[in-house]
Write a protein that binds this ligand. Structure first.
Ligand SMILES: NC(=O)c1ccc[n+]([C@@H]2O[C@H](COP(=O)([O-])OP(=O)(O)OC[C@H]3O[C@@H](n4cnc5c(N)ncnc54)[C@H](OP(=O)(O)O)[C@@H]3O)[C@@H](O)[C@H]2O)c1
Length: 346
């Protein structure tokens, strides 16, 4: 009847609005990116950097960096090693990890560089690794969640989880949560999560964390995961006031991840992409400086400045209910693959 017709009309106009909104967000994001996320964007932002911020020594402090064998993670590890920090490289591939350790030790002259082999998409293993680390080490000052994944086909991990979600969201959650007690006992503790400006096009979506219900688009799943990291950072910051949390965007950086996962974007943008060192700058700044912790905990950074985690008029804010729902789902998934206490304790 007429009522159904109205509903159908409303539904299709609602869908049209969603498409328009998504188009709007992508256009605004791309224009912003061309101005700010490029190498030129870095060069212009860096004019306002305070050089003496990085006049610090972190001898005696320890730093864990995931995905530290390549790109932004490797440059971050090198910069921290040069400042005297003890560095724990968390990588999934032994050869690549050893090559990175050798390079970082040689360039920095710092011998306190350690390798830990872990695939962050294997959530059960993330638990085991973090529990073992807590037993072995008496402190951890800074955790840098840098490893990131953009797999363009829907793949499942051995725990039955969608692989990008497992790596970018659940792996980060489990590693961070499990290490929090150790960090709370350590001096000046911080958690820095390398998110992405790509998350600006996404609102938190709690209905389909495993991407079972829509056509799989790796770029969109990645952007959703990066939004999830920002939300997680805000929540953990409130829950754990002893630790300084931040999420950040490194800009558009020329790394293997971009070349492999987004070959067209890489080819088109290559002359404009930042170097990995430029991409690592704000990660290093957040991990090392007093200027960084002068900011509130839980914020989103770009080029050493706290910036909005939302595009103007983009409707990407999530409700309290959605945030709670998301965190509850993470916790449930995390606990469902947690090794039994006895196997963790022995
Ligand atoms: N490049 C950009 O333009 C850009 C923009 C925004 C955000 N980001 C973020 O920056 C971070 C670093 O990426 P990158 O651009 O520097 O790329 P990259 O050079 O390819 O580094 C990615 C690192 O993550 C590791 N990794 C991926 N999946 C893993 C897993 N399951 N377990 C353990 N390690 C894993 C990789 O290990 P393998 O070497 O073994 O693959 C590699 O060490 C990512 O979180 C990415 O999302 C990058």
């Amino acid at each position: 009847g007429p009522r159904q017709a109205v509903t159908r009309k409303q539904k299709s106009s609602f869908r049209l609005t969603l498409v328009q909104m998504s188009f709007y967000r992508n256009v605004v994001w791309f224009i912003k990116g061309m101005r700010e996320y490029t190498r030129a964007g870095y060069e212009s932002a860096s004019k306002h950097f305070v050089a003496k911020d990085l006049d610090v020594s972190v001898v005696g402090l320890s730093f864990m960096i995931t995905g530290a064998n390549s790109g932004i993670g490797k440059e971050t590890a090198l910069a921290i090693a040069k400042k005297g920090g003890t560095v724990h490289l968390v990588c999934r591939n032994k050869e690549r990890a050893e090559a990175a350790r050798e390079e970082i030790a040689r360039k920095s002259g710092n011998a306190e560089i350690y390798i830990h082999l872990l695939d962050l998409s294997e959530t059960r293993k993330v638990w085991e690794f973090a529990e073992a680390f807590k037993k072995e080490y008496s402190s951890l000052n800074v955790l840098i969640n840098n490893a990131g994944s953009m797999v363009n086909q829907r793949q499942l991990t051995s725990d039955g989880l969608e692989k990008n979600f497992a790596t970018n969201a659940l792996g980060v959650y489990v590693l961070t949560k499990c290490l929090i007690p150790l960090m709370e006992r350590s001096r000046d503790p911080r958690v820095v999560t390398v998110s992405s400006g790509g998350m600006l096009v996404k609102k938190l979506d709690t209905a389909d964390l495993q991407t079972e219900r829509v056509v799989f688009d790796g770029t969109m799943v990645y952007a959703q995961n990066k939004r999830q990291q920002v939300v997680m950072t805000e929540v953990l910051a409130k829950a754990h006031p002893k630790i300084h949390f931040s999420a950040m965007h490194p800009g558009w950086v020329d790394t293997p991840a971009v070349a492999t996962a987004m070959p067209q974007f890489h080819q088109l943008m290559q002359p404009r992409l930042r170097t990995p060192e430029q991409g690592a700058d704000t990660v290093v700044w957040l991990a090392l400086t007093h200027a960084a912790t002068a900011n509130a905990s839980g914020l989103f950074f770009q080029d050493r400045r706290a910036v909005s985690a939302h595009l103007p008029l983009a409707w990407t804010h999530s409700s309290q209910q959605e945030v709670q729902d998301f965190m509850a789902q993470l916790e449930t998934l995390a606990m469902s693959v947690r090794p039994s206490v006895s196997s963790v304790d022995t």
